[in-house]
Design a protein around this ligand. Structure first.
Ligand SMILES: *Cc1c(COP(=O)(O)O)cnc(C)c1O
Length: 423
């Protein structure tokens, strides 16, 4: 990995030796623009469309046409159990047992549904910990949960903050916060990968700290799932949730995932927000007045799921299961290292990264240290040159070479277009 070269031929050679290179053909790239081919490095925000997605959606449109209501029970992939087609893929990607995961709703909705069960404040233990740069939706969700229970977020929403002048979060600082707030904390709601900096947090340590302090812990895996190794069953957070339109390439607003640890399944102390899809399937259609709980995480389902929004998730997970996360992570490590190396070679610190080298997935969060051009100015020039990264206020350009469909040549092309755009 230290023997990189700054040349197109070298990038092409790496592509030829890449055993995952052919997966690129299974995805649809945006169009050429201003004479530039697309360099799509935004899979951390919206993953590209797998060609298989259209086929899976068409199948269900056809089943709806051909079977109408019988599609629930009698089509090739009956809708009654359609969500279960995501179970094995979700379990593999998150290191969960199949019973612990379920495809349902969207991410923020799942955070609320899971907090309804796992945020159980008492008069003395009621505070929620988030990180200070938390994705706005997570912050709003946590603050509104506090308000729903009669607490004031001003004092009851605690923040794990980077040290002055730094952007990284240190686990020791979270430990210190838990130590000082002691028995007041009811819940930690934290990400697996920090969306702005791309830092992978030490999820195992976070879960351990929470457990030792008697707090519940929920992980938001929006930027982690399909990107980094996850061992949810072993780490044992109480719950987790993730969206599927980022690294999981399932389309805008696609159906999300949720995890509830097995240790809670036998509990009679939990409440869920019930609906008929959380009722045991065997007797669901007896339409009884009493509720018989479904087994595992499916108990948290409420409605029959939107099949057309679930179809691309099933298509996409099929690809992930075929490739395997380990192979993806291996390529991701070298692809991102190549990008980082090229930037260091060419720009010698004028373009830097705030993403920690030793704990990251495929995203680099770039900052510009130059008197001639601002990060925003550079981002605009890249955009004109058909490079899709994304801009995050106040001053970061996020780029994510995704191992499933990005190539070493993409990364080289980014460096080329950065050189062109740089004054
Ligand atoms: C992308 C993302 C969201 C988006 O929430 P939706 O409910 O899917 O709109 C929420 N939280 C985090 C951390 C994210 O990265």
């Amino acid at each position: 990995m230290t023997d990189f070269e700054d040349s197109q031929e070298f990038a092409q050679t790496l592509d030829r030796n890449d055993s995952l290179a052919s997966y690129r053909e299974q995805f649809i790239f945006p169009k050429e623009k201003n004479g530039y081919s697309p360099v799509y490095l935004c899979g951390n925000s919206l993953g590209l469309q797998p060609k298989l997605a259209a086929e899976f959606v068409q199948d269900e449109l056809r089943n709806w046409a051909d079977y109408a209501v019988d599609g629930h029970f009698h089509s090739e992939r009956p809708w009654l159990s359609y969500h279960r087609r995501a179970t094995a893929g979700f379990a593999e990607l998150t290191g969960a047992r199949p019973l612990e995961v379920v495809a349902m709703n969207t991410l923020t909705v799942n955070l609320h549904i899971l907090m309804a069960s796992f945020y159980k404040p008492t008069e003395t233990r009621f505070k929620i910990v988030i990180e200070s740069q938390a994705f706005p939706s997570d912050r709003y969700a946590a603050a509104s949960q506090l308000r729903m229970h009669g607490f004031n977020p001003e004092s009851a929403l605690l923040e794990w903050t980077p040290r002055p002048g730094e952007t990284q979060l240190h686990t020791e600082d979270l430990a210190a916060l838990i130590e000082s707030e002691g028995d007041n904390i009811a819940l930690l709601l934290l990400p697996g990968v920090q969306y702005y900096t791309g830092q992978v947090l030490d999820m195992a340590a976070i879960c351990e700290l929470a457990g030792a302090a008697g707090c519940a812990v929920g992980l938001d895996l929006a930027h982690a799932v399909g990107n980094v190794d996850l061992e949810l069953h072993e780490w044992a957070p109480d719950f987790a949730a993730w969206c599927t339109y980022k690294y999981l390439n399932s389309g805008p607003g696609s159906i999300a995932g949720a995890f509830v640890h097995e240790k809670h399944f036998a509990s009679d102390k939990l409440n869920q927000l019930h609906g008929w899809w959380g009722h045991d399937e065997a007797t669901r259609f007896k339409m009884s007045t009493t509720f018989t709980p479904a087994e595992g995480a499916e108990l948290w389902q409420m409605s029959n799921p939107p099949i057309l929004a679930l179809a691309p998730v099933i298509a996409s997970l099929k690809i992930f299961q075929e490739v395997g996360l380990a192979a993806l992570i291996e390529k991701s490590t070298s692809l991102t290292a190549y990008l980082e190396w090229l930037l260091e070679q060419r720009f010698e610190g004028r373009i830097g990264s705030i993403t920690p080298k030793d704990s990251r997935g495929c995203q680099l969060s770039l900052v510009v240290n130059d008197s001639q051009i601002s990060a925003r100015g550079l981002f605009e020039k890249l955009y004109q040159r058909n490079v899709t990264g994304d801009w995050r206020e106040p001053d970061v350009i996020r780029v994510a070479p995704v191992p499933l469909y990005n190539s070493y040549s993409d990364v080289f092309e980014l460096a080329q277009r950065l050189s062109e755009a740089f004054p």
